[in-house]
Design a protein around this ligand. Sequence first.
Ligand SMILES: Cc1cc2nc3c(=O)[nH]c(=O)nc-3n(C[C@H](O)[C@H](O)[C@H](O)COP(=O)(O)OP(=O)(O)OC[C@H]3O[C@@H](n4cnc5c(N)ncnc54)[C@H](O)[C@@H]3O)c2cc1C
Length: 332
Amino acid sequence: MSQAKGVMVFAEVAEGKLAAITTELLGCGRKLADDLGEELSAILVGSEVSSLAQETIAFGADKAYVIEDPLLQDYQTDSYVLVMEKVARQLAPQILLMGQTSIGRDLAPRLAFRLGTAATLDCIELAIDPESKRLLQTKPVYGGNAWAIFTSEFDPQIATVRAKAMSPLERDASRQGEVITLEADLDPSAIRTRVLEKVSQEVEGVRLEAAEVVVSGGRGIGGPEGFKQLEELAKLLKGAVGASRPPCDNGWVPDVLQVGLTGKVVTPELYIAVALSGSSQHMAGCSGCKNIVAINKDPEANIFREARFGVVGDWKKVLPAFTSKVKELLAE
Ligand SMILES: Cc1cc2nc3c(=O)[nH]c(=O)nc-3n(C[C@H](O)[C@H](O)[C@H](O)COP(=O)(O)OP(=O)(O)OC[C@H]3O[C@@H](n4cnc5c(N)ncnc54)[C@H](O)[C@@H]3O)c2cc1C
């Protein structure tokens, strides 16, 4: 019988604050820990992250572990895998949660391999099986066309969780918890890569992954000019513009706007899909959206099977009318 206990959240930091995904993981981790009758801990890894320990407690953790080392300033696979392997062996969590971010996607499988366990990536629901007390890990499969539930008989049960799939708890600064510092003991020679330069991507307006509204265009938009109309609507709705693969491949919009299997996964409240067919590869990036509205001239287009509301018609006629109605409503 495994001695593993408790739920641990790998706490990512963004621009000196807890990343949104971390607060979401803490909210979900709190519920799992309560269902197991065990503790929720957070692990902060970095170079100057100790000031955020109390913040993880305010968002639900019972304990915050902190590992600081100048070698951990930037995420690097070698250093973070070494540190997290040590943490997992020393603290033996039963469940380890990470974000489905570039870091989580890199770290989780490598860690699982080293610890002789499994990692389920891109979960959208997590729960404790009332009988077995094992973690039920739900994730979309077949390009988002079905959901599958996984369990693992090995500990730690590692899962990465999709952004906005879970809700954070209300921040409570009065929550009490314990902060524990651990040593990194890193051997610099074990780190085979160096960060030479960091280049931030300039984003005008709302970031696609964080947007509550996404207006996405497909091949049917026909060129870069058409995307200006999508931008106008996105701006009015305080949202972001996305795209299917063809507009990116054709250079109509930057590659970073691609939504889908090989692009970004978005989960806004409202996804307006304009002149895109709704291929399974595209839907893999937006099937978690709360409300999909489709505009397409082909009534047989797959997107109408996924959409809550749909308009069959030429987007060049439908979108201006839609945008002017939005303007009218916003002006009221
Ligand atoms: C390994 C792999 C990974 C992939 N990854 C991705 C990915 O991440 N994201 C992605 O999007 N795709 C991805 N693809 C490509 C994917 O298979 C589809 O080819 C792509 O999503 C189609 O884009 P689309 O819907 O814009 O174009 P189409 O399928 O050509 O659809 C265009 C739609 O526009 C409609 N239309 C045309 N003119 C008008 C008009 N005037 N008014 C209204 N409607 C109009 C048409 O009726 C049609 O439904 C991937 C493919 C592979 C093989």
